[in-house]
Design a binder for this molecule. Structure first.
Ligand code: ADE
Ligand code: ZN
Length: 328
């Protein structure tokens, strides 16, 4: 008999802290901070209102605008970890954007310490291990990205394990951000960038040719280029696949056209992720369930994906061994 999805230990390598705040929590924090939210931020069904990728990024920025203190960061991190642990997630790396904090006047150290308190509490209470990927925002440009990398490197913390980039993939090139990524990489941080999500395989080539990345956020449009698929396999570059996000953002029109199985069949390393749960009506648990329902994966294959994700995680080796022993 197949074990239930809830009993499979899950690993989330691609979630955004600013993108994991449910409308109710946005409202609660906004009220505490005396902030009036844009009237059109939510739909009548109490989800975030957006119609396309650029509007999604706008709603995401607007929701994170309510965060005003280390306590706010502690609360959203704790909620995210608690909800994830309840679904069987045992390890989670979340992107966190100091630029979003800076725009509303929160210092890096306050933001970081809020997250660290939540990570400690969540591990003590629920056994989930949380780690942070400091993320720059692509559409803010390479100079601000370098400043973000400098913050990460000048304030090392054992829970800060990576450096990443999200935002509008249609602006700038990946190569423009090489100074930021090189600095982070030389300081020992694992590196990943969003590529091959909104833009095609050329964006993935740009990333793997110019940045010290071992993982790619999404990368699903690599399937449009067989040569690229071969190079991803050869170099062991892992794709952080987020099928629910891809469908919500209409990167693919339906489950049948999503290339998860083609990527797995090509021998490319993958993890299964939720990206921004409340924006895309998904969670890590739902993504594992979707893998069974829509891609026909068996629970043993999901366990193998969890093991692969641990191997590709940016955590230290001792933490990885501990996690592997929990996957079984
Ligand atoms: N930031 C948060 N989610 C993102 C996504 N799916 N693509 C690019 N940037 C993002
Ligand atoms: Zn993302």
């Amino acid at each position: 008999m197949q074990p239930e999805v809830k009993d499979i230990a899950k690993i989330e390598l691609h979630g955004h802290l600013e993108g994991c705040i449910y409308p109710q929590l946005v409202r609660r924090i906004a009220k505490r901070n005396d902030i009036s939210l844009k009237a059109d931020l939510f739909t009548s069904e109490d989800t975030f209102a957006w119609n396309n990728f650029v509007e999604f990024l706008g709603a995401y920025d607007e929701a994170s605008f309510c965060l005003r203190s280390g306590q706010d960061y502690e609360e959203i991190t704790y909620e995210y970890l608690k909800q994830s642990a309840a679904e069987g997630v045992i390890y989670l790396e979340t992107f966190i954007s100091p630029d979003h904090a800076k725009d509303v006047g929160i210092g890096y150290e306050d933001m970081l310490q809020g997250c660290v308190r939540a990570i400690d509490r969540a591990e003590a209470e629920f056994g989930i291990v949380g780690r942070l990927i400091i993320s720059c925002v692509r559409h803010l440009g390479p100079e601000r990205a370098l400043k973000v990398a400098e913050l990460a490197v000048q304030n090392p913390h054992p829970y800060v394990v990576g450096f990443g980039m999200g935002g509008n993939e249609m602006m700038f090139t990946q190569a423009d951000f090489a100074p930021a990524f090189d600095l982070a990489h030389q300081a020992g941080l694992g590196c990943t960038t969003h590529a091959g999500e909104i833009v095609g395989p050329e964006s993935v080539w740009d990333a793997i040719d110019n940045l010290p990345v071992t993982r790619i956020g999404h990368g699903v449009r690599s399937v449009e280029d067989p040569q690229l698929m071969g190079v991803l396999k050869e170099r062991g570059i892992a794709l952080e696949v987020c099928p629910g996000s891809n469908l919500a953002l209409e990167v693919f029109p339906d489950w049948a056209s999503h290339p998860l199985n083609r990527i797995l069949d090509a021998g490319i390393r993958v993890s299964l992720n939720a990206d921004d749960p409340p924006f895309f009506a998904t969670t890590t648990g739902k993504e594992y369930q979707n893998a069974i329902d829509h891609f026909g994966l068996l629970s043993e294959q999901l366990r193998a994906i969890s093991r692969m994700a641990v191997e590709d995680a940016f955590a230290d080796e001792q933490t990885k061994l501990r996690l592997l022993s929990r996957i079984g």
